[in-house]
Design a binder for this molecule. Sequence first.
Ligand code: ZN
Ligand code: ZN
Length: 1004
Amino acid sequence: MIKSLFRIEAWGSNLMECDYIVLRMRSPPPGFRFHFPNKLRTSSKSLLVPFRLNFSYCVALDVVESNPTSDSGYSDIRNSPSRFREGFRRKPRKATIRNLPNAVLLGENIEKDVRSKALDLDRMETLRSCSRVLRTCASERSLNEGRAIHGQVIKKGINPDSHLWVSLINAYAKCGSPTCARRVLEEMPERDVVSWTALIQGHVAEGYGCDGINLFCEMRREGVRPNEFTLATGLKACAICMDLNFGRQVHAEATKLGLDSDLFVGSALVDLYAKCGEMELADRVFFYMPEQNDVSWNALLNGYAQVGSGKEVFKLFSRMRESEMKFSKFTLSTVLKGCATSGNLREGQVVHSVAIKIGCKLDEILGCSLVDMYSKCGQACDALKVFKMIKDPDVVAWSAMITCLDQQGHSLEAVKLFLLMRCAGVRPNQFSFASLISAATDLGYLKYGESIHACIFKYGFKNEISVSNTLITMYMKTGCPQSGARVFEEMTDHDLVSWNALLSGCHGFKTCDLGPRIFCQMLVEGFMPNMYTYISVLRACSSLWNLGFGRQVHAHIIKNSLDGIDFIGTALVDMYCKSKCLDDADVVFNRLINRDLFTWTAIITGHARTDQAEKAVKCINLMQQEGFRPNDYTLASCLGGCSHIAALETGQQLHSMAIKAGQVGDVFVSSAIVDMYAKCGCLEDAEAIFRGLVLRDVVAWNTMICGYSHHGYGHKALETFWTMLDEGAVPDEVTFLGVLSACSRMGLVEEGKKQFNSLSEVFGITPTVEHYACMVDILGRAGKFDEVEHFIEKMELSPHALIWETVLGASKMHGNVEFGEKSAKRLFDLTPEVDSNYILLSNIFASKGRWDDVKNVRTLMSKRGVKKEPGCSWVEISGQVHIFVSQDGSHPKIRDIHLKLEDLSQKLTSAGYAPKMEHVLHNVTDKEKKEHLNHHSERLALGFALISTKPAKKIRIFKNLRICEDCHDVMKFISDITNREIVVRDINRFHHFKDGACSCQDYW
Ligand SMILES: [Zn+2]
Ligand SMILES: [Zn+2]
C-alpha cells in the first residue's frame, strides 16, 4: 500500500514540475516535456569519481575525438526527431561511459553531419537544433549522447546562446550528473535566473532536496532574483526534505515579490504544507489562490488523505467535481485512499462509479487503490473482483490483494494467491512476504512459514525491518521463541514493533523471565513503550508471578497516562489476579469503563483461584446482567474454585448455570463438574455425572480415579483405572498419582510396585517427585522402613522435602522414632519454616513419653520463630460458608456451639471415649487440655452444623490441616451417637464417618 501511495505522490510532483516548466520556459519547443524519474537515484554521484578537473569537457571531447571519421547528417536528427527518440528508447536507460558503442555511433553521425552540413546552416538554427537534441537526451536520460553533443559544441567552437546553456545544464542535471551541470553553470558568462532555476530543478528532480535549498541560497547570495519557477522549485526542494522552516521563508519571499498568488508557486506551497501535515496552512493558501488547477487540487487532496481525514478528502472531491475541474485517475486514487482510511465504503463505491462513468481504464494504479479501498472497508470479495479485472497486475497489485486476503482472515486464499503470483512470474517484494508470513502465523503452519523465511533470504529481504518483525511474531506465536529471538538478534536495526514482537513471546514457562529484562533493555535503548509493549510485559509478569515488577510497570503506565486504555486495564486485572492480589485487581477492574468478556473472565478466575468462589459466582451474575455469557473457560475455572474450598451449593448453582447455557456437553466443564462434586464430598453425584458423560477425556478419568482414591475407595479407583485402559484411553502422570495413592491407602504394596514400574516402562512417563513420594508412602504405611531407605537411596531425584515429609508421616503412624528423627532432621534443613514437621516429631516423642525431647523440639521451633499454623475448618450452611479457627470465640452462635459440644462430651464419655491429651502441646492442666481439644476448629464446625441443620442431613466439614487423632475418634463416636453421616475433608483425603467407623479404616 505504501508503495502505491508513493507512486501517486511521485506522479503528483511530476505533473506539477512538467506543467510549469513546459508552460513557462522561454519559448519551449513544441511537444517538449520533462521526464522525471520515479526512483531517487543515489548512485549517480559515484559515476563521476574517475574524472578529474574540468572532466565534463574532457569526457565530452574524448567521445568526439575517438571517432573523428563520422559522416552522418545532423539534419537527419533535426528532421526526424521521432526516429531519433525511437533509437534511444531501445538503449538502456542508464548510459554509462563503458557503454560506448551507441555513443560512438551517434558521435560519428554528428561528426559527419556537422562536417558536411553545419557550415551551411544558419548559426541560430544550429543552436536551436543542439538545444532540442540536448532536451531529448535529458528526457531519455542519455548522459553519453548529451556529452557527445556538448563535445561537438566545444569542438566546433559554437558560442552557446542562453538557450543552449540552459539546455546543457538541464541535460547534465537530468542525466544524473548534477556536478557537471554545476560546472557548466560556472562556465556561463552570464548566469541568469533561468540557468539557476534549471540547475536547481535538476537537483530537485534527482531528489536532492537539500542541495536544491543550498543552490537556492547561493543564487540569492549572488543577487539573482527568483522568478515564479525558482520559487516553486525551491518549495519543491523543501517538500522533499520536509524543511517547513525554509519553506516558510520562501513563502515570505514569494509574498514580497507578489508571486504568492501565482498558480505554480501556490500549487507548490499547497504541496509543501500538505506534505508537512500543515493542513490549515495548505487550506488557506489553496483558497487564497485566484484560480486552482488540478495540481493544487491533487496536492491538497493528497495532504488530507495522508493525515487520515477521509471525510475531508471526499468533501473536497465533491467540491472539485462541482467546480468542473478535470480530474484524472490519480485524483481518484487519492480520494480512494481517503475513503480507505476512513473506512467509508459508500463513498468509495461512489468514487468507483465515477471512475467507470468517466471511462477510466482499470490499470495498476487505479486497480490497486480500489483493491485497497475495498480491503480496508472489509469487502474482500469486491477487492478480489477488482483485482481479477486488472490486466497484468504488477507486484504492488498482487501484494495489495494478498495483504487484503490475509487481513480479512482468508489466510489460505492469501497463500494460494501467492502461488498464482509466482506462477505469473512476478517477483515478490517485502509487502507480499510480510503478508504471507502473517497468513502462515494465522494458519499455524510453522513449516510453511519457515520455507517462506528461506525465500526471504533468497530474495534478499532479510534486512527489511517489516519482514523481520512479522517473522519474529510468527515464531513467537507458533511456539518457537528461540527462533524468534534469533531473527531479532540478526536484525541490524530495530524499531518499536520489533521489540514488541520479541516481548510478545515472553509469557511461556521457559521464556517469561526474559520479559522484564527485555522491557528494561528496550527502555535503556530509548524506545517509548506503547500499549502492546505494556500488555506483553504484564503478561510476562503474570506468568512469572512477579508482582513487584508488575507494580513498577503499572506505575510506568500511569506516568505515561495510558491507564485509561481498556486493553491495558484488562492486562493489569489479569496480572493482579494471577499474582493473587485481588484487592488491587478489583480497584483496576472497577475503574474500567468498558469491560469485555476477557476482563470478566480474568476477574472471575482470579476470585475462583483465591478461594473466593462465592464472589466469583456473584461476578458471573453481574457479568450476565451486563450482557455477557460465561464461556466454558469461566465456568470450568469457577467450578475449580468451588472444588478447592468445597463450596458445594455454589458449585451446584454453577452446575445449573452450565445446564442452562447448554455447556454441560463441553468436556472441560463436565470434568470440572465431576471434580467439584468429588471434592465437595458428593461422590455419588460425581459418579452419576461421570457415567452420563458421552466424551471422557483423560482429565475426566483422572478426576474420577483420584476422587475414589481420596474418598478411600481404593478398589473402585483401581477398577476405574482398568476400565479406562480397556476403553483405550491413555493414562498420564496424574492418573498414576491417583492409582498409586489408591494402592497406598489400601496397603497394596505389590500392586503399587507393579504400577510404579509400568509408569515408565509401559507408558514412557518420567516419574515425578510426587510419584516417588507415593511409592515411599506405600512402603512407609506398610511399615517397610528398610525398603523405604533403599528406595530413597537409589532415587534418581535429588532429596526433596515431599519425600521426607512422607517418611516422617509414616514414622509417626508406626511410632518409628529412628526414622522420625532422621527425616525431621533433613526437613529442618530443607524447609525450616514448615510448622507441621516440628509438630509431627514432637508427637512421635510424646507418644513414647519422651517429654524432654518434646520440649527440645518446641524450643527449637520458637527459637526459629516458627508458629503453628492455626487449624481452620469450614462448613457451608444455606449457601454461606462459616469459617472456624481453633479456639476461636468470634462466631455469633459460639455460646450455643459450646453448649452443644459440652452436651455431647458427656455422652461421649459414657460411650467409652477417652481424650488423647498428648496432642496438646501446652503446659496446662488436664481439664484445660480437655477443653482445648474440645475447641479444635473441626469440632466447632461440627457443633455449628449439628445445631443448624435437619437431623437427617449429611454434614460436610473441611479442614486446612490434617485431622488430629483425637478429633478423628470424636467424629466416629458422634456419627454413631447422633446417627448422622459426617464427611471430613482434611489436607490429604476424605473421611466418611458412619455408624462409629471411618472409611479410612484409621489408616491415613
Ligand atoms: Zn482435633
Ligand atoms: Zn478417617
